[in-house]
Ligand binder design. Structure first.
Ligand SMILES: [Zn+2]
Length: 217
């Protein structure tokens, strides 16, 4: 199953953007957006947002390692063309989908591209989606469910004019940050004597630790 992402720009009330279907993760889409900004779009963020958001209102299938000198459009046979695959041109003609922070959707990450106005240095802010986790007594494991309206939280703020992040270790940093965030919540839930919230948070903590150890080995 692929992980979906959202490419967005800031608005007065938050952010708004387009869907990205394949590998919308920091190590793939985050890296790709960095590459596009410094490469094809020559650090012109407005131009980049114009193409990625305004010119392709249905969003994207994928454009990892695509050839941007080719006109974007969907190809049912991707091996025949290296063009960036949007969902509105070529073999697809899906309708516009505007996704804001409170729009129901199935993406796991949001990449908000900011700057070029008000003197803000260009930045990429990455948000991850909060999951509801349940212990599954039959499987002795966990299963997760999304909130109907997504809850997003910031996991990274990357200066586009700084050094390129090490995208490979990004997943791990995200897990560590989420673990610290969970510990903060455990502290608050303990103070409030919220036992239901505490048991959920303890499960979340355990799951994150298992993930982190799995990545270490
Ligand atoms: Zn298009």
């Amino acid at each position: 199953m692929s992980t979906h992402g959202i490419i967005a720009c800031s608005t007065e009330t938050g952010w708004c953007g387009r869907y990205y279907h394949w590998n919308g993760t920091p190590d793939v889409l985050g890296r790709e957006l960095w590459k596009l900004y410094h490469g094809f779009f020559q650090e012109n963020l407005l131009k980049m947002l114009g193409v990625l958001i305004d010119e392709h209102p249905a969003g994207w299938g994928d454009f990892a390692d695509a050839d941007w000198t080719l006109k974007p459009g969907f190809n049912e046979a991707p091996e025949e063309s290296q063009r960036p695959r949007c969902l509105c041109h070529g073999d697809r003609s899906e309708e516009e989908w505007k996704i804001a922070q409170d729009t129901p959707n199935d993406a796991s990450y949001v990449f908000v591209l900011l700057g070029e106005k008000g003197g803000i240095p260009p930045m990429m802010v990455i948000y991850s989606r909060e999951l509801l986790l349940f212990a599954d007594s039959r499987e002795e494991g966990f299963y997760s469910r999304w909130y109907d309206i997504p809850k997003w939280y910031e996991i990274a703020r990357i200066s586009l004019s700084g050094e390129e992040p090490d995208w490979e270790v990004f997943e791990r940093l995200i897990l560590k940050k989420e673990l610290r965030r969970t510990w903060g919540k455990i502290g608050r839930a303990t103070q409030m004597h919220d036992t239901a919230e505490l048991s959920y948070l303890r499960e979340r903590e355990m799951e994150l630790k298992v993930h982190l150890q799995a990545e270490e080995s």
